[in-house]
Design a protein around this ligand. Structure first.
Ligand code: NAD
Ligand code: IPM
Ligand code: MN
Length: 347
C-alpha cells in the first residue's frame, strides 16, 4: 500500500481548527482509496516563538525536508509577535528554501455559494511567483528614527525566476482553456516589470497555441470583479499575486473558500499546502472558521502526491456539502459541522 508522510503545521489562530478538519477528511479518503497518510505534527507557531525565541528549531527546514508534503494552517499572531518576525521565521523560509516557486490558487464558486458578483461561471487559476520579486527581503533603513530616515525595499526579479513561473503558467494554460494573463505594472515600474513583459513575449512565441494578454495589475483587479469569466490562468509576481488572490477569494465567497498549493515543480523538496487565509484572530477560538479552504488545499496535496482519484472524491464531497447549503454562509455553521458534512458526503 502506498504511504505518504505529511508534516502538519497547524500554526496560529484558526490554523489548528482548519487543519484538524482537513486531516479528518484526508485520512478518511485515504482509507477509502487504499493508501496511507501519516501525520507528524509540529507546534511551530507564535506560541512556540514565545517559549523558545524562534518560530521553528534551527534544524526545522532539515526536519521538514524528509516529508512527502507539508500541510499548514496559518501563521501569525500580531498581538504578541510582529508579523515581520513570525512570517519571516516560518512560512516564507519554507517557500523559499524548498523552491516552491509556483503558488497555485484556484478561484471558482462552489455550488450553493453566493458570491458578491453577478458573474457566477468563472474559473480562474492564479499562479503566483512565490520565491522572489517583492518578497526578496533586500533592503534596509538608514537614519532610523530621525527626520532623514529612508527605508528601501528592493524587488529582485531574475530571468530564471520569471521564466520558470511564466513557463509553469503556459503549461497550465495548455491543460485548461488555453488563455494566459500576465500581470505587471510596466507603465510605472520600468525595470522589473518591463523585464517581465519582455519574457512574457519571448515565451508567447514558443507557446503559440496559448492566447496571451498582458495586463496592468490595477486593470486586472477591476477585471476580476467586472469580467472574471474572461480569465483562465493569471500569472503574477509575489506581491501582486498575493493581493489578487485575496480578491479572488472574495469573489468566490470569502477567504474560507480559497485554497493554495506552494509547489516545487521539480520535486527536489516537499511542496506545501495551505489555505490562502491567515490565522483570523477576530474569530479564533470561536469554532466558526470555515475549513473548506483547508480541505480543498488538502485535495490539492493528495493530487500532487499522485492520488488524483482521491483528490476528486474530496472535491466532490466539498461540492455536495456546499450544494446542500452547508458552509456557504460565513459564520453560520460551526467548523466541526462543516467537516462532519464533508466526511459524510465522501463516497
Ligand atoms: P486573515 O485571512 O487571517 O483574516 C481576514 C478576514 O477573513 C478576517 O475577518 C477573518 O475572520 C476572515 N477569515 C479568514 N479565514 C477565514 C475562514 N477560514 N473562515 C471564516 N472567516 C475567515 O487575514 P489578516 O487578519 O490580515 O491576518 C491575520 C494573521 O494571519 C496575521 O498575522 C497575518 O500576517 C497572518 N496571515 C497568515 C497567512 C498564512 O499563514 N498563510 C496568510 C494570511 C495572513
Ligand atoms: C499568503 C499570506 C502571506 C503572503 C503572508 C502571511 C506573508 O498573505 O499566503 O497569501 O503574503 O504570502
Ligand atoms: Mn495573502
Amino acid at each position: 500500500m502506498k504511504s505518504y508522510s505529511i508534516a502538519l503545521i497547524p500554526g496560529d489562530g484558526i490554523g489548528q481548527d482548519v487543519t484538524d478538519a482537513a486531516w479528518q477528511v484526508l485520512s478518511t479518503v485515504a482509507t477509502h482509496s487504499g493508501f496511507t497518510l501519516t501525520s507528524t505534527p509540529f507546534p511551530w507557531s507564535c506560541a512556540f516563538y514565545k517559549e523558545t525565541g524562534a518560530m521553528m528549531p534551527e534544524d526545522g527546514l532539515e526536519t521538514l525536508r524528509r516529508f512527502d508534503a507539508i500541510l499548514l494552517g496559518a501563521v501569525g499572531w500580531p498581538a504578541e509577535v510582529p508579523d515581520s518576525v513570525s512570517l519571516h521565521g516560518l512560512l516564507l523560509p519554507i517557500r523559499k528554501a524548498f523552491v516552491q516557486y509556483a503558488n497555485i490558487r484556484p478561484h471558482r464558486l462552489l455550488p450553493g455559494v453566493q458570491g458578491p458578483l453577478k458573474a457566477e461561471a468563472f474559473d480562474i487559476l492564479c499562479i503566483r511567483e512565490n520565491t522572489e520579486g517583492e518578497y526578496s527581503g533586500a533592503g534596509g533603513r538608514v537614519h532610523q528614527g530621525t527626520a532623514d530616515e529612508v527605508a528601501v525595499e528592493t524587488s529582485i526579479f531574475t530571468r530564471a525566476g520569471v521564466e520558470r513561473i511564466l513557463r509553469f503558467g503556459f503549461e497550465q494554460a495548455r491543460q485548461r482553456r488555453g488563455k494566459l494573463a500576465s500581470v505587471t505594472k510596466s507603465n510605472a515600474q520600468k525595470f522589473s516589470m518591463v523585464f517581465w513583459d519582455e519574457i512574457t513575449r519571448e515565451l508567447a512565441a514558443e507557446y503559440a497555441d496559448v492566447e496571451v494578454t498582458s495586463y496592468h495589475i490595477d486593470a486586472m483587479a477591476a477585471r476580476m470583479v467586472m469580467a472574471p469569466e474572461t480569465l483562465d490562468v493569471v500569472v503574477a509576481s509575489n506581491l501582486f499575486g498575493d493581493i489578487l488572490t485575496d480578491l479572488g477569494a472574495a469573489i468566490q465567497g470569502g477567504l474560507g473558500f480559497a485554497a493554495s498549493a506552494n509547489i516545487n515543480p521539480d520535486r527536489s523538496a516537499p511542496s506545501m499546502f495551505e489555505p490562502v487565509h491567515g490565522s483570523a484572530p477576530d474569530i479564533a477560538h470561536l469554532g466558526i472558521a470555515n475549513p473548506i479552504a483547508a480541505i480543498w488545499s488538502g485535495a490539492m496535496m493528495i493530487d500532487h502526491l499522485g492520488q488524483q482519484d482521491a483528490s476528486r472524491r474530496v472535491m466532490a464531497a466539498l461540492e455536495r456539502t456546499t450544494a446542500r447549503g452547508i458552509g456557504t454562509v460565513p459564520g453560520r455553521d460551526r467548523t466541526e459541522t462543516i467537516a462532519a458534512a464533508v466526511l459524510a458526503a465522501l463516497d
